[in-house]
Design a protein around this ligand. Structure first.
Ligand SMILES: [Zn+2]
Ligand SMILES: [Zn+2]
Length: 334
């Protein structure tokens, strides 16, 4: 077991580690390098057999993908929109999902003020990946049962299942209140996170952030051009590039951690499941692709364990530490 340089209080609902010798779907070889594909397939969660499709999720995901394709039309192009898209990948994807939802709320890899924590959580909500309570609960369940039958999104069922399929069908193991009770009790006892889960409030936060981006863009566009149609065109570009396309890209980046990083890449640690260090996923996700390292040492805020394993999300936490916004940063003890 890898030791950590610092210790901090830890929730009772934090992830549990597998006992030594527990059976796993795939047995990786410690220290193996290079590409590998698992030969073992695990069974999907029980409710998948019934194929009860979650139509609201399925249609939303399909429609937002189709709307994002509008970015390919020249009419929607603007450099403002392109810059907003790439800036949004970092602000909402890296700071919101990687630093906020994942390394802070799920694993408590560092400590910070409630204001900073909730700000990061709201940035994550703007990625349309459900509320932080459910995201955290599902991810802790994934860590506890990685690549075994209760894993909500193991790609050992099928690549598509691990990538996005698991979101499209109902799953009795994750669609009940007991999920929150078992895996996210620390968050759910806080009014802020409970409210975000209730009545799809996380969805309304997403809609509100898009509306604010649209209103600000239109206001600035009109102030500069004094032309309503030009301001409207810029606003449309901003929505397509800066909100819809960015949302789709962050989805696939997050989903790639679940799918590609449990199928392809090298293993530096014998974690007893199929997690991999995948440089491509690490590059596009700003560090989340060092997933085998992460499974070996989930509490560490640093997912890159070697000097060449660039982890921009961790560097962001270090920057927050230097600015006095983060403390008790958990580091991997080589
Ligand atoms: Zn994993
Ligand atoms: Zn994790």
């Amino acid at each position: 077991m890898v030791a950590l340089k610092q210790t901090s209080t830890h929730s009772s609902s934090e992830i549990e580690h597998k006992p030594t010798g527990e059976t796993n779907a795939s047995k990786p070889v410690a220290g193996s390098e290079g590409l590998a594909f698992p030969t073992t397939v695990v069974a999907p969660p029980p409710a998948k057999d019934k194929l009860r499709i979650r139509w609201a999720y399925t249609l939303s995901i399909v429609v937002i993908h189709l709307l994002a394709v509008a970015a390919a039309l020249p009419w929607f192009f603007s450099w403002t929109g392109v810059i907003a898209c790439f800036l949004g990948l970092y602000v909402f994807g890296t700071l919101g999902i990687n630093v906020g939802f994942h390394r802070l709320l799920t694993h408590r890899g560092f400590a910070c003020s409630k204001f900073v924590e909730r700000s990061l959580a709201l940035l994550g909500v703007c990625c349309l990946q459900e509320g932080p309570g459910r995201w955290v609960a599902i991810h802790r369940q994934h860590h506890q049962h990685s690549d075994e039958q209760p894993d909500p999104h193991s790609p050992l069922v099928a690549f598509f299942w691990g990538h996005v399929g698991w979101l499209l069908v109902s799953n009795t193991a994750t669609d009940s209140m007991s999920l929150y009770e078992r895996y996210a009790r620390d968050l759910m006892k806080q009014r802020f996170y409970m409210q975000l889960e209730r009545q799809l409030n996380w969805l309304w936060v997403y809609v509100a952030h898009a509306a604010i981006i649209a209103a600000v863009t239109f206001g600035i566009g009109w102030a500069i051009t004094r032309d309503v149609s030009a301001a409207a065109k810029l606003t449309a570009s901003m929505i397509v590039w800066g909100v819809l396309l960015r949302t789709v890209l962050v989805w696939h980046i997050t989903w790639s951690v679940n799918s590609l990083s449990h199928l392809f890449g090298y293993q530096s640690h014998d974690t007893g499941e199929n997690s991999r260090n995948n440089w491509l996923v690490a590059l596009i996700s700003n560090g989340e692709g060092w997933h085998n390292n992460h499974h070996a040492d989930p509490r560490s805020a640093a997912h890159g364990h070697k000097w060449y394993e660039l982890d921009v999300s961790y560097l962001s936490i270090v920057a927050m530490e230097k600015l006095g916004l983060a403390t008790k940063v958990m580091r991997h003890d080589r």
